[in-house]
Write a new protein. Sequence first.
Length: 397
Amino acid sequence: MSALLVALVMAQAPGPWPQRIDAVEVHGVSWTREFVVLRELPWHAGELVTEEDWELGTTRLWNIDLFSRVDAKVEARPDGRNVAVYEIEERFSLNPLFSFGIGGGRWWFRVGANDVNWFGRFLEWGVRYERFDIFNGGQGWLRDPRLFGKRLMGLIQLDYLFRPRPEYVRRRLGGIAEISGELNDVTRAGLKLEVFRDEYLNPLEGVPVLPPTLLAGQLTSFQRMGRVDTVRLRQKGWTFEVRETLGVAFSEPSPLYAQAYFELLWFKLLGERVNLAVRVQGGLSTEAPTELKYYLGGLDLIRGYADSLVRTQRFALLNAEARVILFDSMWFAVMGAAFVDGAIADDGRAVTPMLSAGGGVRLLIPRLVKTGVRADVAVTLTGRPSPGFSFGVYQFF
């Protein structure tokens, strides 16, 4: 009896950090290959592990979104070994995809399916149908988040998509190849090659102004710093991303163009229910084909305004939200939000300010990843005040 008691005490009381981990045991995985779990750990069996690296391994397992439960502990076995034990619960990896957006006089919805754990190897495929107003399009992609077994991401994607603009409707057939890698857990860099052909159809309303068919290719480098972690329904942390693009428009009289774009995301937890969220974006472009300039509007950037209201080569944008959990249970939660959206656009001839404020509600399903619906009401504060409605899936950003 005393030997059993000693063994139990030792199992609950490994030595202080840092400590040597002699072996790893993974329990609860049936479809996912064990190497997928072990590959996320920033250490190997037989090494001296710090508390920071131990916690980083658990965070990485949560952030790949394959598991609904990750419990990690170190057991000191009677034979003197320290064994890392991971109790894991897998998510069902073949997922239906459904999302929609309504705002600024436009609407879209997408439906499809993807598998984020193909053959249990943390590979992703996906197909998606898109309906944008009266137009039908689609996407398909293959993604490897651990290309060559490293912390590299590889993506191949094909698009056939429509986007209504004030003077025309753009129809794009394009392909994307992207590769990116982590320099560490808070820094990522990569390259994206995109080739596409744009054709232009008559607008849904108004006088048509149709540019010539555009065939273009562009190479984008990007760097991202920081990390945003999810704490149940809320987020914490920050990311800052910069993108630099060099493009060639083969059918244009001035074929070369360059663009720079940045995005800052910042989230702060206040108490047990409040979440502050900020998004800042900015863009700068040389003279470029009409469709490749920046469009600002109410569908996905500034609530309350018409979609694609402003076309510009330079802009700065801010979205700020205060989110409050009003009700929270296992399968259903309600979150309220108050927000301010604003932007300044400069097309070289005039500066256009845009500002709106409002509030909304999110109906969320905590047991599912980023699942729920959002409804917002915004009032424009430039020009004559007018209300606008915005609906979508999960959060606005």
